[in-house]
Each structure stands twice: as C-alpha cells, then as structure tokens.
Design a binder for this molecule. Structure first.
Ligand SMILES: NC(=O)c1ccc[n+]([C@@H]2O[C@H](COP(=O)([O-])OP(=O)(O)OC[C@H]3O[C@@H](n4cnc5c(N)ncnc54)[C@H](O)[C@@H]3O)[C@@H](O)[C@H]2O)c1
Length: 707
C-alpha cells in the first residue's frame, strides 16, 4: 500500500523519492510510512550516495491529512500521525546520506516540517511555504515550532505561525527557508546536483535543529512571546493553541531543542483534544459539505458558463456584488435608475477595487483590466446577452415584481434571474412572471465583495439547472454557497432573529445592554446584539425586524427600546449615535443617556422584576432561541443539514469558528439541556421561548445535531 503513494528510483548515485498522493500529497499515514521505507531502502543501497525528496503533481506536500487528524481528535488524541512524523524527521535530519528537499507548489504544515528536516532545500519560483496548523486549532507537531525559529528567527516564525501565513518563493529564499530558487522544470536536476555536491563535501549541509545562531537570549525570547500574545488581543480570546505554540517555541529556546521538541508534542496533544481544534477541524469540512446539494450537484449536470452578468442597483450591495464578479473575470453591466445613481454606483466599485491596489493585493494593470470589463447604463440594452442578472434594488415588493417582469422580457430564455433580497419571499418576487424556473436567490452579506457566504435560495419552482449553475458561480467567486429553502429571512437572518429580540427582553428585565454585549463578545461573537444593531443601522434593524416579526408572530418578543432610538433618530454608527456614541465615526463608547430610554422601555414592559443573570446565562438566553429557530429550519428543510447552519452562522454572523458554529456549540450543551432551559423560560415568560417539536424530539431521542 505504501509503495503506491511514494515511489523511489535510483538515478546513478542519487535516489529520487517521489510523494505521489493526489490531489495535494497530504501526509497521510501511508505517505509517512512510504517515505520512511524509501529512505531506509536508499540507505541500504551502497550505490546511493544522496537522496532527493519531491512531490508529484505540482506540489511538495500541502499539509497533514486532516481526515486523519479529525479521527485522532475523536479518539482523544490516541492517533500517532504527528508523533510518528516527528520521529521520522529527526532521523531524516541526521541521515548519513544527505537528503535534499525539492519544493514545488505548496509545502505547508507537515509538508514544511518535512522540508525543514532536509540538509538542503531548493524551491521553485512557484513554491509557497508555511505552518498553518493554528488555523485548525493545532500547533505544528513534527518539529515545526523548533526548526522554523532556528531557520528564520523567532519573530518571523511566531508571526508566520500565529497568522497561519504562507510565504511566497522570494520571501522563502530571503528568510533562508530554501537555499535556492529555480524554475519548476529545472527543479529535479538542480536538486540532484546539490545532492551530489553534499555527498562529495562540496556543499555544507544545513541542519535546522543544530543552528542556534538566530536564537535570542532567554529574556529576549520571553519578551518577544509576551509581545506576540499581547498583539493578538481580542483575536486570541478563548483560544489555547496560540499560547501553546509560543510556549513550545520558547521552551526550545530557553531549554534547548530536545526539551522544546518534547514540549511541542505535549502541547500538540493538548490542542488535538481541545474543543477549539474540534470546532475548527469541523469548520474545515463543513463548508465543503455545504457545496454538495442532494438532487442538484450529484446529477452530473454541467454548470452553464457565466461570462456576462448584469447587476441591477449599484447601492451598498449591488456595488459589492459587481466588484466580486469583476474580480472573478466576469464582464459586468451595472444598471441604475439615473445618471447620478449610476455614477455613485460606479464610484463605489472603483473604490472597492482601488483599495485592493492600495493594499498591494492587485496591480494597477489588473485594476484597469477589471474596470475595462464594467459597463454602466440606465436601460436594459444588451440584457438579451446576459448569462445572469442579479437584482439588488431596494427591498420593496411591488418594485421587485415589476423589475422581474421587465427582466423576463429583456433577457434570453436561459438567463438566470437572481435576487439579493434579504427579506422578501422569492416566490412572491417572481409571481408576475412565468420564469420561476430560472429565478433563484443569491443572498450576499454586506460588504458583498468581502463576506464569504452566499445563501443560494431555492424557490418553489427553481430548476435544478439554475441551482447547479448558481452554486458553481458562487464557488467561482471564491465564496461558500449554502443552499437554503425559501422563507422570510432565509437561514441566517431568520435563525438570528431571536438573538436581538431576547437581548431586548433581557434589557426590559433589568439587564444592562452593555453587559449583554460584553458577555457575547467574551463568548466570541465579533460584537454583541446592540453594537451589531448600531452597525446595521437602527432604521434597517427596525424595518427588517418588523418583517420577521410579522412572519413569525407566534414567537415574538419586541422591546420598545428600538422604537425610542428610532424616534430619536439615533440610527447607529452611520449617524454617530445609537446604543453607543461614535465620536470619531467608528469607536463605540458607552452612552449614559441610553439609561433614560431603557427606563421608558422597561415601563412599557410593565417594569418586570429584574433578572439576576451571569455572563453564561446571558449567552444561553440569547443563543438558545437561535438554536431553537435553527431546529425549525432543519425540520422544515430550510437548511439541508446541521453543519450548513454551522457554516452560515460562522460566515454570515461571525459565530466563533473555534466553537464549530451554532449547532456544534449546541452539541456541547446537548439537546436535552437546551430543551429543558427553553421549557423553563416558556413556563415563566410565555410561548415565545417554547422549544419546537424538532428540538423536543432530539432531546428525547438523544444523539448530536452534527455528525
Ligand atoms: N444592505 C445590506 O446589508 C443588505 C444585505 C443583504 C441583502 N440586502 C438586500 O440587497 C438589496 C439592495 O440593498 P442595498 O442595501 O444595496 O440598497 P441601496 O439602497 O444601497 O441600493 C439600492 C440601489 O438600487 C437602485 N435602484 C432602485 N430601483 C432600481 C431599478 N429599477 N433598476 C436599477 N437600480 C435601481 C437605487 O438607485 C439604489 O442605488 C435589498 O433587496 C436588500 O434587502 C441588503
């Protein structure tokens, strides 16, 4: 079995070992075993004087086998993958016959750890190296926390590991991660030449674990680590792996390489069994699962090519959607109602793309090329050539119905007609057309060119072909499609409806709004519900909240606090004043004048007795209703699977990914606990809190929401 994924050929006096495990040569157990066997065989062959290791298919090794890590995490860290690799790499580094690592494409995670155990490393101009283990809640587990600081110095090593940042070829060369760069087709020859020179003593081998020249004193190293932890700030809240990574690195500097390696293994195991790693590993697989839609993506249908797209409306959302389409190579026509609105929309697109130029992410030439694909107009001319039209006009049912009737006549019979509405029922939008099969929802999140999630909304008559092409388009935009059923609010806005409502309920029951925001921020949300209301706009929140309240009237609690803010024109961050004050336009400061409005709202609610709540209570009060609504969405088929809700909650609402998303978090509490708490609240405070049937059934049956 091992021989299938690792091949060895002897070319003269050099053994060339090829890792050949498509698609990306991940370091599965058979690959590690195959490598060890191939190096041993080369060592036993007297004709071989040196060894070259490289990857087939354009990559060295793109990382560990994450499926194996998931299994190991499940088995409480009993998996041996990383430990075995660490031992093998110690042997490789000390191998009597020199080993040259020839790196094309990705050398990431275990791949870079393998590369760093070589006695010479040659990269190609296309190589990319990094230790991204922390993005999975882990730390490098095969010597990475020890060898990288010795090669590049602890400061750069810490920065690369904490940010899971990949270095491109020139940086890899500058930092000493590779000793030379060549073009991909010259790689094997260059590596064999270096191998022969090493064997002949004409090159001095590099041995990462032996070289301490870049290590600072113990005191300096401690300061550096403290600074790195400080710089993580709020990003590091609730996480253990950044500290454990730095701890292993520091131990290796202050107590020596072997002690550091041992600490790394201990810390790796702590991470592997941590809920954070399990959450993040789940979040690695869940978005991939979300792109698979039974009955749609498994039908062997070829998605239609999307080369031309029109966007209706160049406001907040339309300009972001157009930006995203331009970035993925599509020719975009922007339509607005008049010249002034058109110029404003075009300006937004220009500034979205220009900010990428300013940040060095794209060149001026690329910007010019993208802008050359943008056409701006105020009529429907040329719409008969469009592959897709995405509507992002203001949320008004009559307007949208009229627009879709116009679109039906302006476009060809195969053109997909998509709506970006966040509140209006998709079937209602298409009611005045006979094109329901090609009408679909593409619910982007704001800012649309940045946010990674798109809810692909399936109307009653949306065709499988339309859905399949739309899903493919969202993937081409480098976003994650979550396909959802049609209902008011779709998935994210609907399930998070109780989040703000219950926060209002708690305020009416005497809980300080700022304490609510803080508890949820500390839990890991990017911001609490009141700060979020300010960001979205109190006017927008009131409007959207009203639509959701009408649709789900059997489970509504509405504090009048939002009305008082609205009446006072405290619309949130955009007006400099909402629940918070924004003196510089962006920094939220608590505002003592809110107390007066809170008192009025409390009076409207009949001044109920104040609730005594802990931070944990606040989190559960506000989030268990969200879980309850998510269960309804599973019951009604609005969401296909629980892990899709995890993806949507993380990518759409910023739910902490290290908790694995909403339903994985719900699993940590258990369906029974959640149902019992909701039942208790509903007995005391009314049916708005009552657990739904799906949740009660799950509580009775046991088992988890997420597989
Ligand atoms: N703003 C958000 O955070 C957000 C998030 C997700 C979805 N949405 C949805 O996106 C849609 C647009 O929202 P927005 O915030 O971008 O609104 P916006 O007010 O910023 O922009 C709407 C634009 O549509 C233009 N317009 C109106 N009628 C038109 C027509 N017939 N043809 C072409 N253009 C027309 C207006 O001139 C305006 O520029 C709404 O359906 C909304 O529900 C908004």
């Amino acid at each position: 079995m091992a021989a299938e994924v690792v091949h060895r050929v002897v070319q003269g006096d050099v053994a060339v070992i090829t890792i050949d495990s498509p698609p990306v040569n991940s370091l599965s157990r058979p690959v590690v075993e195959g490598l060890v066997a191939a190096v041993n065989a080369a060592n036993q062959n007297d004709a071989v004087k040196a060894i070259v290791v490289h990857g087939a298919g354009g990559n060295f090794v793109a990382g560990a086998d994450i499926g194996e890590l998931k299994e190991a995490a499940k088995q409480a860290g009993k998996g041996q993958v990383a430990a075995n690799l660490a031992v093998a790499l110690e042997d490789f580094e000390d191998n009597a016959k020199p080993i040259v690592m020839a790196i094309d494409g990705f050398a990431l995670g275990g791949g870079l750890e393998l590369a760093m155990s070589g006695q010479w490393r040659i990269g190609t101009t296309k190589c990319r190296v990094g230790l991204p283990e922390l993005s999975l809640g882990l730390i490098p587990g095969a010597g990475g926390t020890q060898r990288l600081p010795r090669i590049v110095g602890p400061q750069l090593a810490a920065e690369m590991m904490l940010a899971s940042r990949q270095a491109k070829a020139p940086e890899a060369l500058d930092a000493g991660i590779v000793q030379a760069l060549v073009e991909p087709d010259a790689l094997l020859d260059a590596a064999m030449t270096a191998a022969r020179k090493l064997a002949a003593g004409e090159l001095t081998p590099v041995q990462a674990s032996r070289d301490e020249s870049k290590l600072p004193s113990a005191d300096e190293a401690k300061q550096l680590v403290d600074m790195a932890i400080g710089m993580m700030g709020a990003k590091g809240r609730n996480l253990i792996h950044p500290q454990l990574c730095l701890d292993a690195m520091l131990c290796g500097i202050t107590e020596g390489y072997s002690a550091g390696l041992k600490r790394e293994e201990e810390n790796f195991r702590k991470c592997l069994v941590s809920p954070q790693a399990q959450g993040l590993i789940h979040m690695f697989f869940a978005p991939r699962a979300a792109t698979k839609v039974p009955g749609v993506t498994d039908q062997n249908l070829k998605p239609a090519k999307i080369a031309t797209a029109a966007v209706l409306g160049g406001g907040t959302m339309g300009s972001g959607i157009a930006t995203s389409l331009l970035q993925s190579g599509v020719a975009v026509t922007l339509k607005e109602i008049n010249a002034e609105a058109l110029a404003a929309g075009q300006g937004r697109i220009e500034s979205n793309l220009m900010s990428r130029v300013k940040k060095g992410r794209i060149s001026q030439a690329k910007y010019d090329e993208m802008m050359s694909r943008l056409t701006a107009q105020t009529d429907y001319s040329g719409f008969n050539k469009m592959n897709i039209v995405i509507e992002a006009v203001v949320d008004n049912i009559k307007l949208k119905q009229a627009v879709f009737s116009d679109l039906e006549s302006a476009t060809g019979p195969k053109c997909i007609l998509a709506s970006n509405t966040s509140t209006i029922d998709l079937d209602v939008i298409g009611k005045k057309t006979s094109a329901a099969d090609r009408i679909v929802g593409t619910h982007f999140f704001s800012p649309a060119h940045v946010m990674p999630l798109v809810e692909v909304v399936r109307g009653k008559n949306t065709s499988v072909e339309t859905l399949n092409t739309t899903i493919a388009l969202v993937k081409a935009l480098k976003k994650t499609p979550v396909t959802v059923g049609n209902c008011v609010g779709f998935l994210v806005n609907r399930i998070f409806f109780p989040y703000g409502q219950v926060a209002g309920f708690l305020v009416d029951h005497g809980v300080d709004p700022y304490a609510i925001d803080k508890a949820l921020f500390d839990f890991g949300m990017p911001m609490g519900p009141f700060r979020m209301g300010d960001l979205a706009g109190i006017d927008v929140a009131k409007f959207a909240g009203g639509i959701l309240a009408d649709a789900y009237a059997d489970r509504v609690y509405q504090s009048t606090l939002v009305d008082y803010l609205f009446d006072a024109k405290r619309f949130g961050q955009k007006t400099g004043h909402g629940y918070y004050i924004y003196e510089d336009g962006k920094t939220a400061t608590e505002d003592s004048s809110l107390a007066e409005l809170v008192e009025k709202a409390r009076k409207d609610a009949g001044t109920p007795p104040a609730l005594e709540v802990t931070d944990n209570d606040i989190v559960e009060w506000t989030l268990l209703g969200v879980v309850n609504e998510a269960c309804r969405c599973l019951d009604e088929g609005i969401a296909i699977r629980a892990s899709d809700i995890d993806v949507a909650s993380v990518m759409g609402m910023g739910f902490p990914p290290y908790r694995g998303g909403l339903m994985k978090y719900a699993d940590t509490l258990g369906a029974k606990y959640i149902a019992d708490r909701l039942t208790g609240w509903s007995e005391e405070y009314g049916p708005a809190f009552a657990p739904c049937k799906y949740l009660l059934d799950k509580a009775a049956a046991g088992g988890s929401f997420v597989d």
